[in-house]
Design a protein around this ligand. Structure first.
Ligand code: S3P
Length: 172
């Protein structure tokens, strides 16, 4: 069994919510890569993208994943773009059992529609179509990067999802 668990999946797939509950259930520490980035930079993700550009953000993301993945007994919630760079996945997989939260498009849409925290989804005319495009671009990457996939639909409860992941991790 690997030391850590990493959650991957699209924006709004529930990584932070599920990750927090999973960490409690397994008595592990919870960490969120985006939160570490914003604390370190002392500004939010939208400001980092606006002020410095996406490349700068991706570099920070890479550095922080490299550092955090070396720690023990943690549940790591990653940003949705983590699979764009293969070195992130390599680092995560060294110490973490990687779970893909494969949330339905409806689920994602409901979770992100009122938010303004995600630069890639701000000022988009057709938000549902944008989510669909991101899913098409990234679903295969999440699939080949993970050890286990859990499907999430609007009716899924947090507790059920946590139980499924917990069982899979303990069996691994
Ligand atoms: C991104 C996802 C975001 C955040 C940034 C870029 C992406 O994290 O890292 O806005 O490329 O999918 P969440 O998945 O936690 O929203």
């Amino acid at each position: 069994m690997k030391e850590n668990i990493a959650l991957i999946g699209l924006m709004g797939s529930g990584k932070t919510t599920i990750g927090r509950e999973l960490a409690k259930a397994l008595e592990m520490k919870f960490i969120d890569i985006d939160s570490i980035i914003t604390t370190r930079e002392n500004r939010n993700i939208v400001d980092i993208f606006n002020d410095e550009g996406e490349e700068y953000f991706r570099k920070l993301e890479r550095t922080i994943i490299d550092e955090e993945s070396k720690k023990n007994n943690i549940v790591i919630s990653t940003g949705g773009g983590v699979i764009i760079d293969n070195s992130n996945i390599k680092n995560l997989r060294k110490t973490s059992y990687v779970i893909y939260l494969d949330s339905s498009l409806e689920c994602i849409y409901e979770r992100v529609k009122n938010g303004k925290k995600r630069p890639l989804l701000n000022d988009i005319d057709d938000l549902y179509k944008k989510i669909e495009e991101l899913y098409e671009q990234r679903n295969w990457l999440y699939k080949i990067s993970c050890d286990f996939t859990v499907e999430i639909v609007l009716e899924s409860s947090i507790q059920d999802t946590v139980d499924i992941i917990k069982k899979a991790y303990i069996k691994s």
